[in-house]
Design a protein around this ligand. Structure first.
Ligand code: MSP
Length: 532
């Protein structure tokens, strides 16, 4: 079995999930399900980022210790993901003891190591700069825009202190070479070019500590308790910790060692992230791994933003659209489908309530739901629910066309068009192709009009053949939509006498012969446009 390890960013625990966060997590879940469907041994990691200034300040404001504060918040994220049918393998929290141990080992490793030019990887120096609490990022004077944070536009704080530095500058050439020699390492390609553009400027060293007098809420430096680890270094290492699950009775150090070996044996296949955290992932993270001599992830995929009326959806701009506001109306599967169908991976997408209603009505209520309900109802009415064992006659002219369309989607090199679209991160196209099959099947039914033929007993064999072909197209479409809409797909598959969770062997044409089917409830209701 091929192993496939994928990760989402770990989310700042202070926030509550909005559809931007939900997008990355749903994307990861759908990719995980698609890989599992294809037979891969998948590991899917998500979690929460729990240290740093912002958390410490928020805890203080609530009169709680930071630990009590994060213990209160992390379950909210878990519950949100559970409600969206996210099936992760581990939910990591950066306060987990095995993670604290991994960070300690990584810091010791850096302290002992030397850069390619022979100088130590870590050194102490005075730090002066500007700090943005909101982004947990340090900026130099020249980075600031109008005296404010260049990322979020908020005010920054001037800071002067002694700190530990990582000699990141010594890895610039190696990083440039790695990006150049591995097309597809950073995706989409435009983002790889952005990073290469950034690397044309000299690369600074990275300040990786904070003095405890200023920030106590972090992972202590193993050899110097006067410092805690910079939250981004702590957070990025979650990907290593998350390579395994802690075992009962094992010490955190033992789990951490096991995680580091597991990572080096098989680093992440992909880090799914938003474009705003591309530099931290492709520059900080990769150079830290290079310095430690640990394995590098195979891909970093930076997706675009969900926008609302032209600006990025976020808590701080007050335009956060939350999954829980939408799922009571659109269902979990409706939201999952919309987010993955509307966004061209890598580009920004605009969210609107109307586009949500339109998309779901067109694709799910009209095309898919309608087809499923017609086919199952007619099969029950005209065939007593039993599909023919073998189509004895043609059904109306284009069953060969339908079968070949379905075959193009599922068979051939790389598992057909849908599988290759998934592999190439064209998920919206994968979904679009399935809906094309659904529409073609609806048109086929219109042309062969089994409801007319059924009045003539001599034509019943034709009717049965048509319904078999149409049911086959419904079944295959549901199996292909399963990674994105596990509930809707499962209900369709069960009504066709198939298991709710499809497997790779189900992705072929022609396995419904002789199957007994049921007319169930509509799989997706038609939605009304908002009147208010
Ligand atoms: N904690 C860091 C990540 C550390 S990973 C080692 C962080 N957290 S975050 O909660 O602020 O953001 C997490 C992810 O959500 C980022 O990938 C970010 O791009 C994504 N999104 C936040 N708002 C978004 C949209 N409006 N649209 C799409 N994704 C966006 O950064």
């Amino acid at each position: 079995m091929t192993r496939y390890y994928l990760t989402t960013p770990i989310y700042y625990v202070n926030d509550r999930p909005h559809i931007g966060h939900a997008y990355t997590t749903i994307l990861a879940d759908a990719v995980a399900r698609e890989r599992r469907l294809m037979g891969d041994d998948v590991r899917f990691l998500t979690g929460t980022d729990e240290h740093g200034d912002k958390v410490e300040r928020a805890a203080l404001a609530r009169g709680l210790t930071p630990q009590a504060h994060v213990d209160d918040l992390a379950p909210i994220w878990k519950a949100e993901w559970d409600a969206l049918e996210i099936r992760y393998d581990r939910f990591i929290r950066t306060t987990d003891p095995d993670h604290v141990a991994v960070v300690g080992i990584a810091l010791e490793g850096l302290k002992e190591g030397t850069a390619p030019d022979g100088r130590p990887l870590l050194y102490q120096d005075a730090y002066t700069g500007w700090y943005c609490v909101s982004d947990e990022r340090y900026w130099t004077e020249k980075d600031l825009v109008g005296g404010r944070c260049p990322e979020c536009g908020k005010p920054v704080e001037e800071i002067e202190e002694r700190n530990w530095f990582f000699r990141m500058s010594a890895f610039r050439d190696a990083l440039v070479e790695h990006i150049r020699e591995n097309p597809g390492f950073i995706l989409p390609e435009s983002r790889a070019n952005e990073v290469l553009g950034f690397l044309r400027e000299p690369l600074a060293d990275l300040c990786i500590s904070r003095p405890v007098e200023r920030l106590a809420w972090g992972i202590p430096f193993p050899w110097d308790p006067g410092f805690v680890t910079y939250v981004w270094v702590d957070a990025l290492l979650n990907y290593v910790t998350g390579a395994v699950d802690p075992r009962a009775g094992e010490t955190p150090e033992a789990t951490a060692r096991r995680a580091i070996s597991a990572w080096n044996e098989h680093p992440a296949d992909v880090h799914l992230i938003g474009k705003d955290i591309l530099t931290t992932h492709s520059v900080y993270w990769i150079t830290i791994l290079m310095a430690l001599g640990w394995g590098l992830p195979r891909q970093i995929l930076g997706h675009g933003w969900w926008l609302w009326e032209g600006s990025k959806i976020s808590k701080s701009t007050g335009n956060a659209v939350r999954p829980a506001d939408l799922t009571p109306v659109f269902g979990v599967d409706g939201l999952r489908y919309y987010l993955l169908r509307e966004m061209t991976l890598g580009q920004d997408s605009t969210y609107s309530y109307d586009s949500l209603v339109q998309r779901l009505n067109a694709d799910l209520a009209n095309d898919l739901g309608n087809l499923h309900s017609r086919v199952t109802k007619m099969a029950v009415r005209y065939l007593d629910g039993r599909l023919p064992a073998r189509p004895d006659a043609g059904g109306g002219g284009d069953e060969a066309f339908l079968a070949s369309t379905a075959q193009r989607l599922t068979a051939g090199e790389g598992g057909g068009r849908v599988a290759s679209a998934w592999r190439e991160w064209r998920i919206h196209t994968a979904l679009g192709s399935v809906i094309e099959l659904v529409s073609a099947t609806n048109e086929y039914l219109e042309r062969s009009a089994p409801w007319k033929k059924a009045k003539d007993p001599a034509a019943l064999r034709d009717v049965a053949a048509t319904l078999l072909h149409a049911a086959e197209a419904v079944r295959l479409s549901a199996a292909l939509l399963y990674p994105v809409m596990p509930d809707v797909a499962g209900r369709i598959l069960r009504s066709l006498g198939r298991p709710a969770v499809p497997q790779a062997a189900d992705l072929v044409w022609g396995i419904l012969d002789g199957e007994e089917i049921m007319a169930g409830d509509p799989v997706y209701p038609r939605l009304e446009a908002r009147t208010a």
